[in-house]
Design a binder for this molecule. Structure first.
Ligand code: URP
Ligand code: ZN
Ligand code: ZN
Ligand code: ZN
Length: 483
């Protein structure tokens, strides 16, 4: 049964034009004028855009002694409700655990996903087994590897492990990702704050100033450059990290930066709220920053030095957050945002003139599809692409409330935000999954999306690395030794 989205305006990363879009099964089959089909979806007054891709989620993730509360069922449903039709989640092996075994565990969580998904693999330890298994992980369509430079004593890897892994990524044509914070400095500052009795949620922000992020970002960039591999920096929250990325890109390095919708729109004053729960609910790493940093992130999206807006959706209930009463370092780190990313970015970005509609599509969908090797299957309104589509009504309004959200947690960090611009329809591979407030998402509909390694940027870097590789100088007249 075919469907036609009629009377709308197609908005992609580079074009805006009036057209109907016809879908057969999972796929866009025709784009043109006066199309007909078995079912008509009316897009009068609306924009037809590629579905959002959230490259950074943690669904049902074991972390800091608990599990993040949204799983693939509620997480993908929340995403769809806000126009996100694909998530890329992180598979985290335990120390000494096989990457393939961890992958099996992550795969087991996805049965009720209602939107498509992929994985990044985390490198949480290093050894011959990890080196070998990385090739198999790539063969299974997982072509990006995450490195935590923070969370000392659990997920953190040190510089020689990171350099080894980056070189392996270069060989395999994969993309390394980093959570860039100097974990040694954070651990030392945390200890000092706690010893001084500074144990509330504001201590979390004090323990992770922008400098720890700027330093680690620069270090990761330099290590990636020495390994001859592109680099993707997750949750860029501050000018210091953005500056390092900007500088690197200006020098021709292939570095991508990902700001979160939270850091763009929420600031550090949240941690000084006298209500412990309010502040703790907003504890995440890196922490929220001040307005100057927010302006820097917006400028990065405008100028192209930052590439993709994500959520790092890692939702914990208030009860879980209370594990850290009396010790901020035990508050599970993470906030939600899957349902809110697109409408909040539209309201605060497009409706204010900070972003064009085409830039909105680029930073919510198309750029990351290209970086991760998903394009044009995802991130595009093109014949042959998956019919992951949003019919976006720029006039629809709502006020964000935890009560009405799809996430299972009991609060929303954007509570009270007044939004203008929301989906009328959201389609996941042709399935109408959202009709305004009505949820038609189908648990189990979501499929794993494998990706190809060795994208053009990887290939170009490898080629250049070969040309400039160290070469022994053949000399004549070598002086005799030992005389
Ligand atoms: O605080 C955060 N960001 N929690 C999720 C894990 C991570 O560091 O991305
Ligand atoms: Zn992180
Ligand atoms: Zn994360
Ligand atoms: Zn289905």
């Amino acid at each position: 049964m075919s469907k036609v989205i009629k009377n709308g305006t197609v908005v992609t990363a580079d074009l805006t034009y009036k057209a109907d879009v016809k879908i057969d099964g999972d796929i866009i089959v025709e784009i043109g004028q006066n199309l007909s089909g078995d079912e008509v979806l009316d897009a009068s007054g609306c924009y037809i855009m590629p579905g959002g891709i959230d490259p950074h989620t943690h669904l049902e993730m074991p972390f800091m002694g608990t599990y993040s509360a949204d799983d693939f069922e509620s997480g993908t449903r929340a995403g769809l409700a806000g126009g996100t039709t694909m998530v890329v989640d992180f598979c985290l092996p335990n120390p000494n655990q096989s990457l393939l075994e961890a992958l099996q565990m992550w795969d087991n969580k996805t049965g009720k996903a209602s939107a498509d998904y992929s994985f990044h693999m985390a490198i949480t330890w290093w050894g011959e087994q990890v080196f070998n298994e990385m090739a198999e992980v790539v063969d299974r369509g997982i072509t990006s590897f995450k490195h935590f430079m923070a969370y000392k004593g659990s997920l953190m890897v040190n510089d020689d492990e990171m350099f080894s892994s980056f070189q392996r990524c270069a060989d395999l044509g994969a993309l390394p990702l980093v959570h860039a914070e100097n974990g040694d400095v954070v651990a030392a500052m945390t200890q000092k704050l706690l010893e001084a009795g500074n144990n509330g949620p504001e201590g979390h922000a004090y323990s992770r100033p922008p400098e720890v992020e700027g330093e680690a970002t620069n270090r990761a960039i330099m290590i990636a450059d020495m390994a001859g591999v592109p680099l993707y920096v997750v949750h860029v929250s501050c000018e210091q990290a953005h500056e390092a990325i900007r500088r690197a890109r200006q020098k021709g390095m292939r570095v991508y930066g990902e700001p979160l919708i939270q850091h763009l729109t929420l600031d550090e004053s949240e941690y000084f709220n006298p209500d412990w729960d309010h502040a703790a609910r907003r504890v995440m790493s890196p922490p929220f920053r001040n307005k100057n940093h927010q302006d820097s992130l917006w400028a990065g999206l405008q100028s192209g030095s930052l590439s993709a807006v994500a959520t790092d959706h890692c939702a914990f209930t208030t009860a879980q957050k209370r594990n850290g009463v009396g010790n901020f370092s035990k508050i599970p780190n993470g906030t939600g945002g899957l349902e809110d990313r697109l409408p909040v970015l539209w309201t605060k970005g497009v409706n204010t003139g900070r972003l064009t509609m085409n830039e909105f599509v680029a930073v919510t969908s198309t750029n990351i599809a290209k970086i991760l090797g998903l394009y044009p299957k995802k991130g595009a309104v093109l014949v042959g692409a998956d019919a992951d589509l949003i019919v976006w009504d720029p006039a629809r309004k709502k006020t964000i409330t935890a009560k009405a959200q799809q996430s299972v947690i009991d609060y929303n960090v954007f509570e009270g935000f007044e939004l203008t611009g929301l989906p009328r329809y959201v389609l996941s591979r042709g399935k109408v999954s959202i009709v305004e407030n009505e949820i038609k998402a189908e648990p189990g509909h979501g499929k794993f999306v494998g990706r190809e390694a060795k994208n053009p940027v990887n290939r170009a870097l490898s080629q250049w690395k070969d040309i400039v590789a160290p070469r022994k100088v053949e000399r004549t007249g070598i002086p005799a030794t030992g005389v």
